[in-house]
Ligand binder design. Structure first.
Ligand code: MG
Length: 381
């Protein structure tokens, strides 16, 4: 079992849960990185005593440096600081729970070092999955999913061979607006959208769950991680969030993974795989659950799921464009600049306006990101 990890994005929801797992199993945390929450990083440094820390935001890094001046932890800053933390650390495992496209460069840096990457950062796989996988292969690194659905599929894939897989059944909670009509979606407010029925998560992913963009990103993530065609992925609305996803094999056997819904199970498995270790989560009580239900998603009303299928079927830079446009649109919605239902519109417009490119580099991904964000900002200033 791994006895040392680095946690990238340690102040986020998955990051703090990764630290819960480290605490429970006495796993040494060699390095931490965060965005701008210096107070939380200070508390984490005092508890876990990492050698290295980096904060994306320069001012926050300065603040943190002053706060932890009495400790042994070296505090770096900016994207370069995060890259240095990854390059200098000796751990074999990186948990990447950075939010958004900002997670791409760290994913590539960890792959370059040949690390196991416990990946919770969807956007790096969505925007540049093939580039990430090439870097992983070239350096004998390893990608292990942390997202609950992909962790479930990863676990179910141990029941058969790759060529025996027929379909992946990707479960979705359906979000807080499950069953809503387009008319009802038009009345949704920011507060309505920030409530999630089952999982406790950050604001961006909570909105993505409400629009079903999260499921769309996960379809693309699954294509990248498991080398299946988009048409082999069936999204299933499963309100209870007990089955975290399933794999259907060619003999029509369906292997599903279940647990009490708690991300820490997935983070723990990604760190300790191929071993299982004592639980940090509560056991699943099927008597308490009673009933499990399954429904088809409404792709006409929740258009972002459809747009995600279109993006991955088209390929090239279109998934990156979709993801960047979504990040920008969610920020506009959280800033009260657009309505909830307009998120899909902003994303679709960005995808339609973009001149796609099929052979691309990491720099092309960042250039597309800048182009898309600039256009959206200009249209909503
Ligand atoms: Mg998920």
């Amino acid at each position: 079992m791994n006895n040392s990890i680095i946690v990238l994005g340690s102040s986020g929801s998955v990051g703090t849960q990764a630290l819960d797992v480290a605490r429970a199993h006495n796993i040494q945390v060699e390095a931490l990185t965060g965005g701008r929450n210096a107070a939380l990083l200070e508390a984490q440094i005092r508890e876990f005593k990492p050698c290295l820390c980096a904060m994306a935001d320069e001012d926050a890094a300065r603040d943190l440096r002053a706060r932890v001046a009495d400790t042994e932890t070296k505090v770096l800053s900016g994207a370069d600081g995060i890259a240095e933390v990854i390059a200098e650390s000796k751990s074999a495992t990186a948990v990447n729970s950075i939010l958004g496209l900002a997670g791409l460069a760290p994913t590539l840096a960890a792959a370059k070092r040949g690390m196991r990457i416990a990946i919770a950062n969807k956007e790096s796989l969505v925007a540049a999955g093939e580039l990430v996988k090439a870097e992983v292969r070239a350096n004998n690194a390893e990608l292990v999913p942390v997202d609950s659905e992909h962790s479930a599929i990863f676990q179910c894939l141990h029941a058969g061979k790759k060529e025996e897989v027929k379909r992946l059944l990707l479960t979705a909670s359906g979000g807080p607006f499950y069953g809503y009509t387009t008319e009802q979606l038009k009345k949704v407010t920011r507060a309505d959208a920030l409530k999630h029925p089952t999982w406790s998560m950050g604001a961006k992913i909570t909105i993505d769950s409400a629009t079903l963009m999260n499921k769309g990103l996960e379809v693309i993530e699954a294509v990248r991680l498991f080398d299946v065609k988009p048409s082999q992925i069936q999204v299933i609305v499963h309100r209870e969030s007990i089955i975290h996803s399933a794999v259907e094999y060619i003999d029509n056997a369906v292997i599903a993974q279940m647990s009490h819904p708690d991300m820490r199970e997935c983070v723990q498995f990604a760190i300790t795989y191929p071993h299982r270790t004592a639980a940090v989560i509560e056991p699943l009580d099927l008597f308490k659950v009673g009933t499990l239900t399954f429904r088809e998603p409404d792709r006409k009303t929740f258009r972002l799921l459809d747009l995600a299928y279109r993006a991955i079927e088209t390929g090239g830079l279109l998934p990156a464009v979709m993801s960047s446009a979504n990040e920008a649109a969610v920020a506009l919605f959280l800033g009260d600049k657009i309505a909830f239902w307009q998120i899909a519109e902003v994303v679709e417009d960005a995808m339609n306006a973009f001149t796609n490119k099929h052979n691309f580099t990491v720099e092309d991904v960042f250039a597309a990101d800048r182009e898309v964000r600039a256009k959206i900002a200009a249209a909503h200033s």
